[in-house]
Design a protein around this ligand. Structure first.
Ligand SMILES: NC(=O)c1ccc[n+]([C@@H]2O[C@H](COP(=O)([O-])OP(=O)(O)OC[C@H]3O[C@@H](n4cnc5c(N)ncnc54)[C@H](O)[C@@H]3O)[C@@H](O)[C@H]2O)c1
Length: 429
């Protein structure tokens, strides 16, 4: 904590804080015996596209942050990302070579680094619940990208982490940026205020024309290949429904609560031979009060792109479009009653402002449970589609022992893929 470099940074940050004190004074003290911080040090685990994006978002929106440690499977790639971040945020990037870690265990060095206050967890999703739990157990504040779990075992790990973070007073903010996007917040506020009457049903879609596929490089072990091409291996991505469409499912849970049960179908026609992913899934989610969400996701070249949500109420309907598509409400006569544009970039940055502000104020936000519930809702849809059976919330949270993660993973190990799931053969466990 007290390297000369950090002391200098704290001095500078404190001066800046004092200058800004008349606008927004920091709270003195912290709940549950934790110290409030005036400035915070970030460490990132997983410096791919989103990891670098999350660092950039936090360094852009917050004055009082500094990036000090990085972990990535390949340390050389993290160094490349450090160079780009340093160019954009010269004074806020202070990552020595010694604080850049590679390999499967590098994340432990970031999590346990004494200078790191907030850990950004942005690897492929399979690692997430286990990295979250370890970071919380190390007493760190956490930013966790979505999805935060891929199966019931991961959901239980998140539940433990939520409880521990609440008890010890550490923050967990998650990468479900739509919860902080103005047009989404305003639309859901209006739904809750009754502008569409009682919400009864919805369609939620994440239909697109495809996703990346990364070829195996010469000399790679099975494990290295799967980690590189992680989207196509279910233990790492959870299939499209978890990795991508969890955004829509999270919005549905925001409106309707958690579902009681679901029934799903789907299949694959276009995926590369060794991909375990399906290329489409359709799920009926039944929510309390006999409310139905008709969900579908698809990644098929040459098909219609539709990543939007429509919520139908007794007196009107609300359309909330993805990314910057905006939101609108019409009444049952078809009259426009409200509309608002979207700005997803601002939402990505807001999650990092909220996290840092909450840490600095000593009033940590702990929002893991709602994202764990949405991530489990996505996993339930996949479990139902793969098995060909109905899956209930009770089954997923109380009975299922499904744990897809490879806890004894080694980089050079052979690893046979089970292939893609076939309904009727794939068993619920
Ligand atoms: N909120 C959003 O809109 C949004 C957008 C894009 C991606 N994401 C999420 O962000 C996460 C990362 O996606 P991405 O597009 O950046 O993937 P990516 O493949 O670009 O990056 C993943 C990085 O994690 C590293 N990594 C994997 N396992 C690791 C481990 N055990 N220890 C250290 N490093 C490890 C890899 O080396 C790679 O650099 C995913 O969960 C994805 O769903 C969210």
């Amino acid at each position: 904590m007290n390297t000369p470099d950090r002391r200098q940074f704290l001095k500078t940050a404190t001066a800046a804080t004092a200058a800004a004190a008349s606008i927004a004074p920091f709270a003195i003290g912290a709940p549950k015996g934790r110290r409030a911080l005036e400035s915070v040090n970030l460490g990132v685990v997983g410096t791919g596209g989103r990891g670098t994006g999350a660092c950039n978002d936090s360094l852009t929106i917050n004055d009082n942050v500094r990036l000090v440690a990085m972990a990535n499977l390949r340390a050389d790639k993290a160094k490349e990302k450090r160079a780009g971040l340093k160019e954009a945020h010269t004074d806020k990037v202070s990552v020595e070579d010694a604080n850049i870690y590679g390999g499967l265990d590098g994340y432990k060095k970031v999590i346990n680094h004494p200078d790191v206050d907030i850990v950004l967890l942005t690897t492929s999703p399979g690692f997430r619940p286990w990295h979250i739990e370890e970071a919380v157990n190390a007493g760190k504040h956490v930013f966790a990208e979505k999805p935060v779990c891929l199966d019931p075992a991961g959901w239980h790990a998140c539940k433990r982490a939520q409880e521990k973070a609440e008890a010890q007073g550490t923050a967990i903010v998650t990468g479900t940026q739509y919860r902080r996007q103005k047009n989404y917040m305003e639309a859901i506020k209006r739904i809750n205020e009754g502008m569409i009457g009682e919400p009864m049903s919805a369609t939620a879609r994440y239909c697109s024309t495809g996703i990346w596929y990364r070829d195996r490089e010469p000399g790679m072990s099975d494990a290295e290949y799967q980690l590189r091409n992680w989207m196509h291996f279910i233990w790492l991505s959870g299939d499209q429904i978890s990795e991508q469409a969890v955004h829509n499912i999270d919005v549905m849970n925001w409106v309707f609560g958690n579902p009681d049960n679901c029934f799903a179908t789907g299949g694959r026609f276009t995926r590369p031979e060794d991909s375990e992913m399906w290329d489409q899934m359709t799920v009926d989610y039944y929510y309390p009060g006999n409310k139905l969400v008709s969900f579908r996701c698809r990644q098929v070249p040459g098909t219609t792109v539709d990543p939007h949500n429509v919520i139908y109420g007794t007196e009107g309907s609300c359309t909330i479009k993805a990314i910057n598509g905006g939101a609108s409400i019409v009444d049952n006569k078809g009259e426009d009653v409200w509309a608002m544009r979207g700005n997803i970039g601002a939402a990505y940055r807001q999650e990092h402002k909220d996290l840092v502000d909450s840490v600095v104020a000593g009033k940590p936000i702990v929002e893991l449970q709602q994202t764990a519930d949405s991530s489990l809702t996505a996993a339930m849809g996949r479990m139902s589609a793969y098995s060909g059976r109905e899956v209930s919330w009770d089954y997923a949270t109380k009975t299922s022992k499904l744990d897809t993660f490879k806890h004894d993973l080694a980089l050079h190990q052979s690893m046979e893929s089970p292939g893609h799931a076939i309904p009727g053969e794939w068993k619920l466990t």
